[in-house]
Ligand binder design. Structure first.
Ligand SMILES: [Zn+2]
Length: 1080
């Protein structure tokens, strides 16, 4: 096996920029490698000296050679409105809106909608008004809405009752007493409140209006704090009037019902893995004496912190490590685990994110790991130290995640570093009342006068208590300088395949019904626009202009030179034309019921849709059921089913044409994102089609073998996904910039977007279910730093037309010893990032290369741990406890649909899995990689969660091995997008009757995908668990109830990662392989 796999060539220029695809960042690629940024290149990454490198293979850890480009537009400067292309009008001049243009051939009789001349029709009002963006006077609005998913602060939801508790702040000095965005009128005296937690603000100052001018009796050093009426803000729980609306500093991300350490907890999962003891070493008696010492938990001794020979001396122990020692004194992360001896590695509950070794004060303020995670929670001081660890350095982000509590600030001055434009955040330092030091570039900045006033405590001279400095996640409503054009309205265009194949699947009626059901829940405001295009071999537009008596279909058959027949009446104001839209949705499924048209001119339909959306930007939702085979963008089947299982390498992972990518980039330039719903039983070349979404920051949904009758599970999934899709929040014309402390640099991005400049991602749409990952390298030594910070800023237009900026800031310690680097490894984040890198590698190089590289990642890091971090050499395959799951996860990746070989895997399904790995937030990607297995026939309430008076059983997570199955049992496998409930042949009668409602094993139906709602305790427990698991994620996993004879059983068994298959090693064999490689 090659040992060169994942070793990277830093700074040599031979590596590749792993942007999200080959030449994905054309700007960057024009730059000579290794130029720019004036950075001191680290000594070329020197893979382990002892290793003999093969021919340099592309590095997964492309830590060096990214190509910087001149700084792009600042986030602050909203990108200039793109040149608006002239609308392509029909060559026949202005047409009456009810008459198809000459070159648009009317369809056959039944398809030509009756056109009633809109005699009384008035032109639609101007689509875009510029009045709704914030232009008001300086005003402080502060709100911490608690409602779910506040895309935009819904005034109704955000104000009473919570806001009436005083968190809605009146405008600041001189503000007129008007309500902005529906916030409570200033001057309204907030009612009494609960006591505040520490660090909360005291909004119940009586004073409202201009900041006090009299010298306050404030804290020492304050230049002017009005005397607090009853309390002083430093003490918790003082005064009955304080609000509690700010205490989400501590539990911001955790659902109310979910216990757990403040701000740490994943929220979904039981907070304390009750059986974590399980991961302790087996009883000493079962171990070789030599291993006993090694497997003792590192609880008391200083052993884990012993310095490496030649390493820094004890006096150089970083403060963070000191902090760590001060913590519970249990560096569990560094406990030595012999993987060959210890079988029960899985914690009984899902693996929590590690906590960085920061002082409590800092950690309390830190960003939630649900939003922001780093592969190494202790950042190595130098690139060479990072290179030694052989672990990838990168960030995983879920920046637009639905948050139950999101502080929102309206301010005329958003305080940012004058030098690097970092937003002020909890990790800056205040030199004094008037100056703050940037934590990214260390520039000293002035505190603006306005910032001296704290809207929260309504006091002067407390800039460090402002919400911006108390919250690692915060959202600003941007003042007008953040926009160069009025914020765009919410615009939704639906592009629907209506070919014979499409009609056969029956998706159209599900779509139409779903949109009808949710039409009032589409995010937007009075400006919201919608439009529809259908297509087969021709393109059909729908005139929905107000005043028409019914929708009017306009058919364009010239697909080579597509034009818009009536550009002004195809995208209409939803509120004004809702009835026509509803009429259309009701009639569409019937309209094409009898079609015999089999061809699909998808490319032309996309071009038409792009033309329609270009002037405004917006969201294009494309539904496609077959391989496009007509006109531009036509594709041919590239899959040979006979090659699926046998080929060592998989061909055709990259697009067949650049048509879809080019169009996506055009869309991106016009603030249009394209979401693709692919519903097909046949090969559709997702590798080509998916580019339309990938580069326009859209999403890809895939429903293989969708059929309204034959595949009810897919139909249910499609329905549920659609509901979420149509109603979830959305941000338009977004950009995201990720900054990090000087010395670190970001070089490769993963996800769906276009990289506009080195660190600026263009996101025509951003949705709450999108994840991103970035890779980083250390360009300058971080010797003098105790901590470093990362900041992601997402600037977007809400569906209500507000320009908003969501800012997340994470702080991590810097360490100087290899042990400390290992101790901070976040094995799930490492795995998630490696998966992204391996997807790129599969496309740019080959699947086998990517597989080798993943294996080598495990070999290299464990080898480095053994050679450089372990102080006592012992036999066995040793890993620090924090990385004990690393080989298992790597093996799981090798067996994942995206990367597996030797098993028949449809090309589209493989490509879709690859998309998912790059695009899903980490928590969901991990379920795809390593599903959770639970036993269900003996569920009990012991250790159950209680959420909203529902009892949710918490069975322990089992190893993925048939060893864990029993014929007497029933087992649920949660693999993210899909769940399997496997029923053992001798399953207890009780489970069969009380949960499945059948009399015997033989009576379990073949295609059961629904748990019957029985009024038994067993049924309730089972359904509570399944629905709770489903509720944790934004997509809807199908449930398949399978028996031994079921067709789907192989799918279930393929996820038994620890077992051997014909073509893949068992976990134990894999460990032996790793050990063999390491001891070479
Ligand atoms: Zn700065």
């Amino acid at each position: 096996m090659s040992t060169a796999g994942f070793n990277s060539q830093n700074g040599t220029g031979t590596g590749q920029t792993y942007t999200n695809g080959p030449s994905q960042n054309p700007v960057a690629l024009q730059q000579p490698p290794g130029v720019g940024y004036g950075m001191n290149h680290q000594p070329a990454y020197n893979p382990m000296q002892t290793k003999v490198l093969g021919p340099p293979s592309p590095a997964l850890y492309a830590s060096g050679p990214y190509q910087p480009v001149p700084p792009g537009p600042q986030l602050g400067s909203y990108p200039p409105p793109p040149a608006q292309p002239l609308l392509t009008r029909p060559p026949i001049g202005v047409l009456p809106s009810h008459t198809p243009p000459q070159s648009a051939s009317p369809g056959p009789g039944p398809r030509q909608a009756q056109a009633t001349p809109p005699a009384q029709a008035t032109p639609p009002p101007p689509a875009v008004t510029s009045t709704s963006y914030y232009t008001g006077p300086p005003a402080w609005q502060y709100a911490a809405p608690r409602g779910p998913a506040p895309n935009h602060v819904n005034p109704a939801a955000a104000a009473p009752p919570h806001m009436s508790h005083g968190s809605a702040q009146p405008p600041g000095p001189g503000a007129p007493p008007t309500s902005i965005h529906g916030y409570p009128q200033p001057g309204t005296a907030p009612p009494p409140m609960n006591p505040p937690p520490p660090h909360t603000y005291q909004p119940n100052r009586p004073a409202y209006g201009p900041p006090p001018t009299a010298p306050p009796a404030g804290p020492p050093g304050a230049t002017g704090t009005p005397p607090p009426p009853k309390v002083d803000g430093d003490v918790a729980g003082n005064g009955p009037q304080a609000p509690n609306s700010y205490n989400h500093v501590d539990n911001r991300m955790a659902g109310a019902a979910q216990p757990g350490p403040p701000g740490r907890h994943l929220g979904h999962y039981p907070s304390l893995p009750p059986g974590y003891q399980n991961t302790l070493a087996p009883p000493p008696s079962s171990l070789h004496p030599a291993l006993q010492a090694a497997t003792q938990p590192y609880i008391q001794g200083p052993q884990p912190y012993q310095q490496q020979p030649g390493g820094p001396g004890p006096d150089q122990l970083s403060p963070s490590m000191a902090a760590m020692s001060l913590q519970s004194g249990t560096p569990e992360a560094l406990r030595v685990v012999n993987l060959l001896q210890e079988r029960n590695l899985l914690p009984p509950a899902p693996v929590p994110a590690p906590t960085p070794c920061l002082t409590q004060d800092l950690q309390k303020l830190n960003c939630s790991p649900e939003v922001f995670r780093c592969t190494l929670t202790s950042i190595p001081q130098t690139q060479s130290l990072l290179n030694k660890a052989k672990l990838p350095l990168g960030l995983l982000l879920h920046p637009f995640k639905d948050l139950s509590q999101l502080p929102v600030v309206t301010s005329s001055t958003i305080v940012r570093c004058r030098s690097c434009r970092t937003y002020i955040n909890p990790f800056v330092s205040f030199l004094d009342q008037r100056r703050w030091k940037c934590n990214l570039c260390y520039r000293v900045n002035d505190v603006p006068e306005e910032f001296m006033y704290n809207p929260v405590s309504r006091s002067y001279g407390e800039p460090h208590k402002r919400p911006e400095v108390q919250n690692a996640t915060i959202e600003f409503i941007a003042p007008s300088e953040y926009m160069l054009r009025p914020p765009q309205p919410a615009v939704y265009l639906f592009v629907l395949d209506v070919s014979h194949n499409a009609v056969e699947t029956g998706y159209l009626s599900v779509f139409c019904q779903s949109l009808l059901d949710n039409i009032n829940a589409l995010p937007g405001d009075s400006r919201t626009k919608v439009g529809f295009i259908t297509f087969d071999s021709t393109i059909h537009f729908y005139n929905l202009q107000e005043g028409l008596s019914q929708p009017q279909m306009l058919i364009v058959s010239d697909i080579e030179d597509i034009f818009l027949p009536t550009p002004d009446s195809l995208l209409v104001n939803l509120n004004e034309c809702k009835e026509l839209v509803q009429d259309l949705l009701k009639s569409l499924p019937n309209l094409f019921e009898k079609t015999m048209e089999t061809q699909s001119a998808l490319g032309s339909a996309l071009q038409a849709a792009f033309k329609l959306l270009s002037p405004t930007g917006g969201r294009m939702s494309v539904f496609q059921t077959q391989l496009p085979n007509l006109g531009v963008g036509a594709l041919q089947s590239r899959e040979d089913p006979n090659q699926r299982a046998s080929a060592k390498d998989v061909q055709h992972l990259s697009p067949a044409t650049d048509f879809y990518k080019k169009l996506a980039l055009d869309c991106s330039g016009q603030q249009v994102a394209v979401d693709l719903f692919l519903l097909s039983a046949q090969y559709c070349d997702l590798a080509s089609l998916g580019c339309i979404s990938r580069f326009s920051a859209g999403s890809v949904y895939y429903y293989p073998s969708y059929h309204h009758q034959h595949n009810p599970a897919q139909v249910e999934r499609f329905q549920r996904d659609l509901k979420r899709y149509l109603t979830r929040k959305i941000g338009f014309e977004a950009v995201m910039r990720i900054r990090c402390t000087k010395g670190l640099s970001i070089h490769t991005f993963h996800g769906n977007f276009f990289v506009r400049s080195t660190d600026l991602l263009s996101l025509p749409n951003v949705n709450p279910d999108a994840g991103f990952a970035v890779q980083m390298s250390i360009e300058e030594n971080l010797d003098d730093m105790q901590v470093v910070s990362f900041q992601a800023a997402l600037l977007y237009t809400s569906s209500k037309g507000e320009r908003r900026i969501r800012v997340h800031t994470m702080c991590l310690p810097v360490v100087s010893s290899l042990s400390d680097v290992f101790a901070g490894a976040d094995v799930q984040a490492v795995t998630g990032l490696l998966a992204c890198m391996a997807v790129d590698r599969s496309v740019t190089s080959s699947l086998s290369d990517a597989r080798d590289a993943m294996t080598n990642a495990a070999i290299d890091s464990l080898s480095s741990y053994r050679q450089s971090a372990l102080t006592i050499q012992q036999p066995g395959l040793l890993a620090p406890a924090c990385l004990r799951l690393f080989p298992l996860y790597i093996l799981a990746l090798l067996k994942q649909k995206a990367f597996r070989t030797g098993t028949s895997t449809r090309l589209d399904e493989r490509v879709f899995a690859m998309y998912q790995l790059k695009y899903q937030p980490l928590a969901f990607a991990m379920l795809m990689i390593h599903p959770a297995l639970y036993r269900l026939d003996d569920l009990s309430d012991e250790g159950a969660l209680n959420i909203n008076e529902r009892t949710i059983p918490q069975p322990r997570v089992l190893q993925l091995s048939v060893e864990k199955l029993s014929r007497e049992g029933a087992f649920l496998m949660d693999a993210g997008l899909v769940m399997y409930l496997w029923i053992g042949r001798n399953c207890h009668q009780n489970f069969l009757s009380q949960v499945l409602g059948v009399s015997s094993y033989a009576a379990v139906p073949e295609k059961l995908c629904l748990l019957p709602e029985l009024d038994t305790a067993e049924s309730q427990r089972t359904r509570a668990l399944v629905s709770w698991l489903r509720d944790q994620r934004p997509f809807f996993p199908s449930l398949h109830i399978i028996r031994d004879e079921s067709q789907l059983k192989p799918h279930f068994m393929q996820n038994m990662i620890e077992d051997r298959t014909e073509s893949a090693l068992s976990y134990y064999e894999f460990l032996l392989h790793l050990q063999q490689q390491i001891s070479k």
